[in-house]
Design a binder for this molecule. Sequence first.
Ligand SMILES: *Cc1c(COP(=O)(O)O)cnc(C)c1O
Length: 355
Amino acid sequence: MSENQTQSFIINRAATSKIENIDFENLPFGSVFTDHMLYCDYKSGEWGTPVIKPYEPLTMDPSSRVFHYGQAIFEGMKAYKDENDDVWLFRPDQNLTRFNKSAVRLAMPEIPEEVFIEGLKQLINIDKAWVKKGKGNSLYLRPFMIATGHGVIAAPSGQYRFMIILSPSKAYYQGDVKVLIAEHYSRAANGGIGAAKAAANYSAQFYPTLLANKQGYQQVIWTDDATHTKLEEAGTMNIFFRINDTLYTAPTSERILDGVTRKSIIDLAKRENITVEVRPVLVDEIIEASKNGSLKEIFGAGTAAVINPITGFSYQDTYYELPRQDNPMALDLKNKLTDIQYKLAEDTFGWTIKI
Ligand SMILES: *Cc1c(COP(=O)(O)O)cnc(C)c1O
């Protein structure tokens, strides 16, 4: 698609809205969807016209490649409504860039900006009533792409479908999160697909997470696959450690997803004059810091929960409880970040985009 070609959309609106039947006070995360969805098909080497239509099931050939060879990638983003009823996106360019990186790694075609960004804007605009005001309320945005080409042939598909679906969500509270440090299983490996937001990375971690759940831990902290000595991610979130008043987080790599929340927290913390060190964080040093009392906080960072404080961790059958903080850095950073997202604080970074 050439740079200045404008993308036209086919828009087919739902005759009626489901919104009156939705209990917005009781929304299990990611299980209710809005009235419309977007799709755009790729074949013969090009993307077709994007279509916005009523949300409905797909009909697919059982031999579609996605079912057999797992070519599937996605993004997770949110839209927020401010006090003036304007709707905002948070750093959508970062999600587009990451989506296309994931596409390349899974041998899938890249999506043009006109389809991804303009598609989000058009779709959200049509379902704008589903974005509720008030801190904690948001519309969770799920762009994804699957291989739709037919045939159980172990090669990249020639046909793909890009889609966007939208799910209203409330603030995501998980309660106490105790985590288990991985000593055997891995989420990702050097040379693998850990840096892509690929569906397969999620299926790879379900089983070890279930084993951790059975032992009373909500999440697994993933370590590097080669030595299991470096702390890399917490479940499906990036991870931060506070030792005394310094924040530590691992550099992104082939094994670590380049989270938008992670990089925003790093920038925000620096603006607040918090020292942030981006370097490998070792299991040994965290245990040592826990024993000598300098380990103050551990938290996960990701779009769905924003920041998820961790209350303690287990390693080699020993449980290490984190001290309670009166003014946790995690909460302070979460408030500062969400204030920017909900337009309650000035966006000095230029991260928010009006729809
Ligand atoms: C999506 C994801 C994150 C968080 O990324 P955000 O852009 O902050 O939502 C972190 N780790 C993994 C493995 C992920 O899939």
